[in-house]
Write a protein that binds this ligand. Structure first.
Ligand SMILES: NC(=O)c1ccc[n+]([C@@H]2O[C@H](COP(=O)([O-])OP(=O)(O)OC[C@H]3O[C@@H](n4cnc5c(N)ncnc54)[C@H](O)[C@@H]3O)[C@@H](O)[C@H]2O)c1
Ligand SMILES: [Zn+2]
Ligand SMILES: [Zn+2]
Length: 349
């Protein structure tokens, strides 16, 4: 018998007891989950912005746990291994995997997304089935906490990926739009990569304050953001902007502050059919636009080492813990930023 958090409709999740999980393919592992995370991406289907997910889908794509069963072809994992997991599965051998684009593996699937009866259940559950287990899971050493492992599988890797898309190494003044956990981590990465001036916009005052503490110059609205950017760049606009929201007005904000010849990296998951700027506006700015899903499996070891060697403070990220049967409260606390919630996790005994 497994216990899980399931999607039940817009702004509705339910705690359920379901049948036992089985190995389906010889490449599978079953992981007993010890910690599972909530992420801004969970909010898109929760608020009905992203459509198509089946009711009854077990939610969640961030989890860490212990291997409790393996299929006949699994070579590198044994029962009892502690493992971290990226938010998509990958085979490790196809052309995309070889290119480091594990998020676009030809056989890959996203955890916690089932549509018309097909797809993969998620990790907000006592147990989760992980296909392509050898190449998807990362074994953890004793010193790595569940909290760090959860961040490696998504938010920390995604924020690092954003700095790669935005090519931060040679930039002088950059901007961050949206300071949830991923945006704030990107501010930390940017500062640790040596970027002098990081400007950030965030409407939520607590999160804006956090951005300031992590080294950004902050604004609460577009007008203030534009004037800060103009001041910091002698009117040119920033070299790169990273957007971590996934809503059209935020993408427009990002476009407004980038200089001609600059880069706009849209990391937010956008669910609308059009960009917030036109082809001619992009042309007139000589804009480089980059976007896409983070290949977390490709980055996990790198971000673990880099964050450890730079002593990156990650203690602020996970602010709330819930048990699975508090699923509704966990989602509403995270979605409404109640009590200064940054990231919430489910903990298991
Ligand atoms: N590309 C990927 O692989 C990937 C991976 C993880 C998350 N994401 C996406 O990244 C985004 C951020 O994730 P998160 O967990 O930090 O989400 P979050 O919901 O916790 O944070 C988003 C923040 O944006 C702020 N915001 C809302 N409208 C804004 C606006 N117009 N201007 C500026 N800020 C605004 C909100 O107040 C909030 O603090 C989400 O869209 C998520 O789906 C993408
Ligand atoms: Zn996520
Ligand atoms: Zn592959």
């Amino acid at each position: 018998m497994i216990k899980a958090v399931c999607f039940s409709g817009v702004e509705q999740v339910s705690y359920r007891e379901l049948g036992n999980l089985q190995i389906v393919s010889d490449d599978d592992a079953i992981v007993r989950v010890t910690t599972a995370g909530l992420c801004g991406s969970d909010l898109h289907p929760y608020f009905g912005r992203e459509l198509g997910i089946d009711q009854g889908t077990i939610l969640g794509h961030e989890f860490v746990g212990e291997v409790v069963a393996t299929g006949a072809n699994v070579q590198t994992l044994n029962n009892g291994d502690r493992v971290a997991c990226p938010f998509t599965t990958n085979c490790g051998t196809c052309r995309m995997c070889q290119l480091g684009l594990t998020a676009r593996c030809e056989e890959g699937q996203l955890f916690g997304w089932r549509e018309k009866g097909k797809g993969l259940h998620g990790g907000q559950a006592t147990h989760v089935r992980v296909p392509l287990a050898d190449s998807t899971l990362m074994k953890l050493s004793h010193g790595t906490s569940d909290e760090i492992a959860i961040l490696m599988g998504d938010n920390l890797s995604t924020a690092y990926f954003a700095t790669q898309l935005a090519d931060l190494n040679q930039k002088d003044a950059i901007a961050v739009v949206g300071c949830g956990t991923v945006g704030l981590l990107a501010i930390q990465w940017a500062r640790s990569l040596g970027v002098e001036r990081v400007l950030a916009i965030e409407p939520n005052s607590h999160r804006r304050q956090m951005a300031g503490q992590l080294g950004a110059i902050t604004a609460s609205d577009l007008q203030q953001f534009k004037s800060l950017t103009e001041e910091a760049t002698e009117g040119h606009g920033v070299d790169s902007v990273m957007e971590f929201v996934g809503l059209p007005d935020a993408q427009r904000t990002a476009f407004e502050v980038v200089r001609p010849g600059g880069t706009l990296a849209s990391i937010g998951c956008h669910c609308t059919p059009h960009l917030s700027f036109s082809p001619s506006e992009a042309y007139d700015k000589n804009l480089t636009y980059r976007t896409g899903r983070c290949s977390a499996r490709h980055y996990m070891e790198t971000v673990q080492q880099m964050s450890a060697s730079s002593n990156m403070d990650l203690s602020w990220c996970i602010t709330h813990q819930f048990s699975l049967d508090q699923a509704s409260e966990a989602y509403s606390t995270f979605a409404n930023r109640t009590d200064h919630c940054m990231t919430a996790v489910f903990k298991f005994d």
